[in-house]
Design a protein around this ligand. Structure first.
Ligand code: ADE
Length: 233
């Protein structure tokens, strides 16, 4: 079973959105498991200190390597072969491909706060450092929720119709691979002066598929020229 163990100073954030909808149902049904540990529980002093001022001066606080090391060692004792992940804007960009790969492993997810963690912790444990985008969050927790949400919906049995995976944005294979998703319509057939495209009401599955592919290509070309270039290559 796909298992995730989150190391955080704010365990009450979880499961949060992961306890609802698809991911929440899958969690209830035992298709994956989620555990959190409070990093503060691994502090050694009576004030349960987890951070300290940076050597060399500067703003903010740095999370201590010794405390984080104890938390990671504990998590590894529960999930021996798990992949350790650390969330940081300095990490490799998170992608759909990486989401697929990470569903093949159990995960220990280290969520930093403040200015970050002592570099020696990273040198010692060599986590996979992941960024969810070129902007700065106040901690790794929302990144962890984002990553797990995208992984869990890929697990067998979590999504209903498997074709809804192969035609969505960023799908890895099929005719729609590398393209953004085509637009969707449902009832009523006329709303706010706007009709549903005729082809979708035609019942011609080949025509519908061709129309959707055309729409996916046009959308990708205009909105994401970077993805379009990759698609053509
Ligand atoms: N922590 C702070 N900002 C982040 C980001 N963009 N991605 C992952 N972790 C982060």
């Amino acid at each position: 079973m796909f298992s995730a163990h989150i190391l955080t100073l704010f365990p009450e954030i979880f499961p949060g959105p992961l306890g609802h909808s698809l991911a929440g149902k899958a969690l209830e049904n035992g298709l994956w498991s989620l555990k959190t540990s409070q990093i503060r529980d691994f502090a050694k002093d009576k004030h349960q200190t987890v951070d300290d001022t940076p050597y060399g001066g500067g703003a903010g606080m740095v999370m201590r390597a010794d405390v984080l090391d104890a938390a990671i060692t504990h998590a590894h004792s529960l999930l021996p072969n798990a992949q350790l992940i650390y969330f940081t804007p300095r990490g490799i960009p998170f992608t759909q491909k990486l989401a697929h790969e990470l569903t093949q492993k159990n995960l220990i997810l280290l969520c930093g706060r403040y200015e970050g963690v002592d570099e020696r912790l990273l040198q010692t444990h060599k986590p996979l450092e992941i960024s969810i985008g070129d902007y700065v969050l106040s901690g790794g927790e929302i990144a962890a929720i984002t990553l797990l949400d995208s992984c869990v919906r890929l697990l067998p049995g979590v999504m209903g119709a498997s074709e809804s995976l192969s035609e969505e944005s960023f799908s890895l294979d099929g005719d729609f691979a590398g393209l953004l998703e085509y637009p969707h319509y449902t009832r009523p057939p006329m709303w706010n002066g706007q009709e549903v495209p005729d082809v979708l009401l035609s019942g011609h599955h080949v025509d519908i598929r061709n129309w959707r592919l055309q729409e996916a290509q046009t959308t990708t070309k205009t909105r994401r020229p970077d993805l379009w270039k990759k698609f053509l290559a």
